[in-house]
Design a protein around this ligand. Sequence first.
Ligand code: AMP
Ligand code: GLY
Length: 420
Amino acid sequence: MNILILGSGGREHALAWAVKQNPKVDRLIVAPGNAGIAMLAECADIDILDGTTVVTFCAENAIDFIVVGPEAPLAAGVADATRLAGILTFGPSAAAAQLEASKAFTKDICDACGAPTAAWARFTEPAAAKAYIRARGAPIVVKANGLAAGKGVIVATTEAEALAAIDDMLSGAFGAAGAEVVIEDFMDGEEASFFILTDGTNALPLGTAQDHKRAFDGDTGPNTGGMGAYSPAPVLTDAIQAQVMADIIRPTLAEMARRGTPYQGVLYAGLMIKDGRARLIEYNARFGDPEAQVLMMRLGAQALDLMLGCAEGRLSEAQVHWADDHALTVVMAAKGYPGPYARGTVIRGLDALPEDSRHMVFHAGTAAIDGQITATGGRVLTVTARAATLAAAQSSAYEMVDAVDWPDGFCRRDIGWRAL
Ligand code: AMP
Ligand code: GLY
């Protein structure tokens, strides 16, 4: 098969790495890709937000199967365009991807199907939003309704902070994404991520992970896209996973199908767990980044068969074969991230690192310039290891981190602490 993966992050490097191991693959192209991906696949610099461009590229390259990595092309309807053109596609339609692209949409779905989540309300008018905040009190959570690259959520510990967030969002700080806000009750507990695959009818639990969203050790500092992750997440016990499937996932998928917009692809549920029960924080319509890195390292070549099962509507036959192991990934970011940071700094030492089924440095924001790997983004490398125990995966990952020579980068030193 000729396979096209859309995206350029550590998630797409991990997807490409796993897919490439499957003997079904003849040709693997990633668009646009990055310097790490270029070591194992062809890269193509096309506009992945434009459905027509992607369809034309697929025709020219005889693509049999396309995997959409990030949310932006999904929300832009790229999976609709490729499916309409008859190309086998992994990823939800734009209508179904609203589960990520609109927080109010997801809340409506939860209300319609009875999925447990925080009490909420939606507003476009600052006065009404502020009155609601004053009535509910703090702590309270204010969210831009639309896609805001992970930055549109303010967990306000005081009423003043929540009121300021309303002024910010409704005055245009997040553009169209913030023209409407969702305000919801604060949920306390432990957060974890649950990934399921679905072909629209059947749902297959894929795996669990936990990520570290804050920039600095001890879960302090500003929120980021994720500074590290590990899988499995011990807090998501079998019993809680069963509750999540019964109370949240299956009702959501049934409601989506009932509305005529069945969801196909990976559904990522962000959960808050307390007293042995999970409530939904949010959905994402894609794999997490860096959660995909730990999932792919544990899944390997079967990732392709599972994604094909989704796209071909035969997930009922599929099974996930898990080894009894653990994976952990450490994100190396440019100093200054998530604030301003330098680009174009040189990274050395990567050649000396092992690359096998237990060790991989997945690239996020890199480019090869004059034969040198240079940093081009905020999150730059995701250093990933797999081992029999989480503690062993952690030491293996940090051993690799310590061999990377990149004075302009930083990472957290405590990824995995919650589970250890
Ligand atoms: P989201 O983009 O909706 O996942 O929100 C980003 C982060 O904000 C989540 O990962 C949580 O840590 C936090 N968060 C969002 N909603 C709530 C809530 N209702 N209660 C507590 N924390 C929340
Ligand atoms: N790591 C969080 C996310 O991918 O949304």
